[in-house]
Design a protein around this ligand. Structure first.
Ligand code: NAI
Length: 402
């Protein structure tokens, strides 16, 4: 990988640079984003591009980005990238969807205790000079029931931590999930809501989850229960929640995500019906924002880019079929990205046999418009196979990896 060059924008954590350099990649790192024209001018000669959320990569960008093999989105979301255009040009995109899982789960646990002890109110009072040593409305969480809605990466971590605090954990998920520890699955959302002292939401934003915690569901929660939402703002009907809190049906809430969130940090632009309510903790979408998560993101994406370059592994790609062929000592690996049309495999196999090489292993997977093929051959092909594959009209990328 000596000749490979990576351009990392937007102050990506230095751990990514170190990792890639240790793999022999030449890395240049900028602390800012570049607009499309400046990026295209700067990108010449680079094979890898690392961005975060501020750099937009449009369809036109991918049409013009010559020589680019892969993009690393050092963040969770990939809305800023024209993924299908990247696929059409044979450019793989990777992100880091689970690097901040633990950060979210830990914040949720902190909020549960804060709500149970009404710590937010005590802090506000102390800062105003008010000393209120009271135990009314303050509780231990031990022995209480928490319902986790959406038992995926974050939800199941919350389940593990909550159980360690002595809580009884129930969960509801539309998919069948293996319960961690003594966590118990419930067969309906209402079953979970009616039993719980605490309800914590960890579902993705989908048509099914939009508004899933509306008036009916909030009123199905126990009198005096608490709601925690660190998933997506569209999941909870904020007006109904505000009403349930004002009327005392719920004893508190911790909300990290909102239907509309400011695009950038602001000192006075955020408005919500949940502001200034007792025992309500509002935070600016920081569930996953920790130093540790940034390090994890830097490492996870750098590893994914490097595994793609070296082995053709696309197991965590967001726009390529996910393929991971086990390493076979003595084998010589070739990668081919092509348009998803009939006959490509036939042509590739013909080229291999013309080179008198034997195929030891072969994996082909397709997405709508593109196909991805990894092949292990029994002899080095000295570029001949790749050169011949590049002549095929439907080949987008052909590379001999080792
Ligand atoms: P995941 O994909 O691992 O888990 C989501 C779970 O929800 C899955 O098990 C899925 O089967 C389940 N689910 C989907 N639709 C459902 C429905 N209608 N009812 C019940 N269960 C349903 O996702 P992960 O990584 O655990 O993330 C969960 C949420 O947390 C996402 O909305 C994500 O955007 C958000 N998030 C928030 C952060 C923050 O800073 N507050 C940071 C990271 C993620």
């Amino acid at each position: 990988m000596k000749a490979v060059k990576a351009l990392l924008l937007e102050n990506i954590h230095p751990v990514a640079q170190t990792y890639l350099e240790n793999q022999g990649v030449h890395v240049e790192r900028l602390d800012k984003s570049l607009d499309e024209a400046a990026l295209l001018a700067r990108l010449e000669g680079f094979h890898l591009l690392g961005i975060r959320s501020k750099t937009h990569l449009s369809e036109a960008f991918f049409e013009k980005a010559q020589g680019l093999l892969a993009v690393g989105a050092f963040c969770i979301g990939t809305n800023q990238i024209a993924l299908e255009a990247a696929s059409r040009r044979g450019i793989a995109v990777f992100n880091a969807p689970f690097s901040n899982t633990r950060s979210v789960a830990e914040m949720v646990m902190a909020e549960i205790i804060m709500l149970a002890r009404r710590l937010g109110e005590r802090v506000i009072q102390m800062n105003k000079g008010q000393w209120r040593k009271v135990s009314t409305g303050a509780h231990e969480v031990r022995g209480k029931t928490i319902a986790i809605v959406g038992y995926g990466h974050i939800g199941s971590q919350v389940g593990v931590l909550a159980e360690a605090f002595g809580m009884r954990v129930i969960f509801y998920d539309i998919a069948t999930k293996l319960p961690m520890g003594n966590n118990q699955a419930k067969s309906s959302l209402l079953d979970a809501l009616t039993e719980a002292h605490y309800v914590s939401l960890h579902v993705p934003e989908t048509p099914l989850t939009k508004g899933m915690m509306g008036h009916t569901q909030l009123r199905a929660m126990r009198q005096g229960a608490y709601l925690i939402n660190a998933s997506r703002g569209s999941v909870v009907d904020i007006e109904s929640l505000s009403q349930a809190l004002k009327e005392g049906h719920l004893a508190g809430a911790a909300i990290d995500v909102f239907p509309e969130e400011p695009a950038a940090n602001t000192s006075d632009g955020f408005v919500s019906p949940l502001q200034n309510l007792p025992n309500v903790i509002l935070t600016p979408h920081i569930g996953g924002s920790t130093d540790e998560a940034q390090v994890n993101i830097g490492t996870e994406v750098a590893v994914a880019l490097s595994k793609y370059l070296q082995f053709g592994c696309t197991a965590t790609s967001v726009n390529f079929p996910q393929v991971d062929l086990a390493f076979t000592p003595g084998a010589h690996r070739v990668l081919n990205v092509h348009k998803n049309v009939p006959g490509v495999l036939r042509d590739v196999n013909r080229i291999v046999s013309e080179q008198q090489a034997n195929i030891l292993a072969q994996v082909l997977a397709t997405h709508a418009e593109m196909g991805y093929l990894l092949m292990d051959l029994d002899k080095p092909v000295n570029g001949n196979v790749c050169d011949a594959m590049k002549q095929l009209p439907d080949t987008l990328v052909a590379r001999a990896l080792y």
